[in-house]
Design a protein. Structure first.
Length: 155
């Protein structure tokens, strides 16, 4: 098993169908996106379609399903549409993680074909090795919110 960094293929189609609402968190209609941590034994890749519990990290202070992300909203620049999230800190945790999954936690997301999606996957991030926190903060630092660096970009 492996964690392979990728934008999830199902997410690409769902964006074109208008499934995900990336308006900033202050919007009453925006979706809630979460980040879950995974151990090195996880099987996550472009083919991941939804949040899974298999090989999710466990540890003191970490809650299954991860934590909600703060959406910085959609921006354009240099012929690119992009969005990013604020850095996320899991406070006072003892946890090991080799990667994570960002997913849409909004209930009853519809894919416009009549199917209801639950916890639809957005992207998989590989940390390049197992990272550890022992009774401390475990922080996910997202790249700069620019057309060249943002975590989600459409060029």
């Amino acid at each position: 098993m492996a964690i392979t960094q990728a934008m999830c293929t199902s997410f690409k189609a769902q964006v074109l169908l208008g499934v995900h609402d990336f308006r900033p968190d202050a919007s009453a209609t925006s979706d809630t996106f979460k980040l879950a941590l995974y151990s090195a034994g996880a099987a996550l890749s472009a083919g991941t379609t939804a949040y899974v519990t298999d090989s999710e990290s466990v540890g003191t202070g970490y809650t299954a399903g991860g934590s909600a992300l703060t959406n910085l909203g959609v921006t354009t620049g240099d012929s690119t549409g992009f969005l990013d999230f604020s850095d996320l800190t899991f406070s006072t945790v003892t946890v090991n993680a080799a990667g994570c999954l960002i997913y849409n936690n909004s209930p009853s997301t519809n894919d416009n074909s009549g199917a209801t999606l639950t916890n639809a996957a957005v992207c998989v991030l590989d940390f390049g090795g197992t990272k550890t926190s022992t009774a401390g903060d475990f922080t996910i630092i997202f790249p700069n919110n620019t057309s060249a660096d943002a975590i989600i970009r459409i060029a």
